[in-house]
Design a protein around this ligand. Structure first.
Ligand SMILES: Nc1ncnc2c1ncn2[C@@H]1O[C@H](COP(=O)(O)OP(=O)(O)O)[C@@H](O)[C@H]1O
Ligand SMILES: [Mg+2]
Length: 245
């Protein structure tokens, strides 16, 4: 569904991704794990075409994303849950969710009701807090709004930039449970995460990113069994042969 080949991009004179290749097949959760500064957000922003492509190709189905701008990428159904939520604080939960529906507004009122019910079923809390200003919510609730807003757009491919960032473990579990549930419904996702363990538990396939390059890739099972990945990213001793999970 998404095919990234030899992608290069950066900021000013600094190159941040040095020839990155990855693919996401329909119905999969693919994760990109890596430390702070590895280039995870840069990758997500380049796919969303918020950052210029300097080399390589970006293909979504038969579309060349390199030739599209950010609104056109959203029109194709590639929807981002950005790092740090990026909500409109003074707006209510309901109003933030409505912004997500904008992409498919031509489907009309019945579709709006259907999407809103879908999101409220996943996160009943957002129904309870519909009239509350986003800025007054807890971090976990704000992440629910950010994910809910993306789901309102009925995405074909959901890009998630560290949805666990700054959240308590119980809330992270809930968010990852929801991602699992969405995958079971057929949603395709590219998840970038520093929390390698949790991301690999969820994902079908993973890439390890370091300093703008893919340094390892494989099925989640393969990566969880890889000695170097275990040592560097999973906080476990490299000499344990069998994955503990
Ligand atoms: N706006 C920017 N201007 C200049 N350099 C940036 C900018 N954003 C990120 N970078 C650099 O690009 C590299 C990758 O950053 P980023 O994609 O944010 O990493 P991650 O999301 O994995 O933490 C880092 O070296 C970072 O300093
Ligand atoms: Mg980041």
């Amino acid at each position: 569904m998404l095919r990234v080949e030899n992608l290069r991009c950066g900021y000013g004179v600094v190159e941040a991704l040095h020839g990155l290749s990855l693919r996401v097949d329909k119905g999969q959760i693919v994760t990109v794990i890596g430390a702070n500064g590895a280039g995870k957000s840069t990758l997500i922003k380049t796919i969303s075409r918020l950052i210029d492509v300097r080399g390589g190709t970006l293909k979504f189905e038969h579309h060349d994303l390199g030739a599209r701008n950010a609104p056109e990428v959203v029109d194709l159904g590639i929807v981002q849950v950005p790092e740090g939520r990026q909500l409109f604080g003074p707006l209510t939960v309901h109003e933030n969710l409505l912004l997500g529906f904008h992409r498919i507004r031509s489907r009309g009122k019945a579709a709006l009701r259907e999407r809103m019910e879908f999101v409220h079923d996943i996160f009943p809390r957002l129904h309870e807090r519909a009239q509350q200003k986003a800025v007054t919510l807890s971090g976990g609730e704000q992440q629910m709004v950010a994910l809910g807003r993306a789901l309102m757009a009925d995405p074909q491919l959901l890009l998630l930039d560290e949805p666990s960032l700054g959240l308590a473990p119980l809330i992270i579990d809930r968010i990852f449970e929801v991602l699992q549930q969405l995958r079971a419904q057929g949603l395709t996702m590219l998840l970038v995460e520093q929390r390698a363990q949790a991301a690999l538990e969820l994902a079908d396939y993973g890439y390890v990113l370091a300093l703008g390059k893919v340094v390892a890739e494989g099925t989640s099972k393969q990566l969880r069994g890889d000695a170097i990945v275990r040592k560097a990213y999973l906080g476990q001793s490299a000499d344990v042969a069998e994955p503990a999970i």
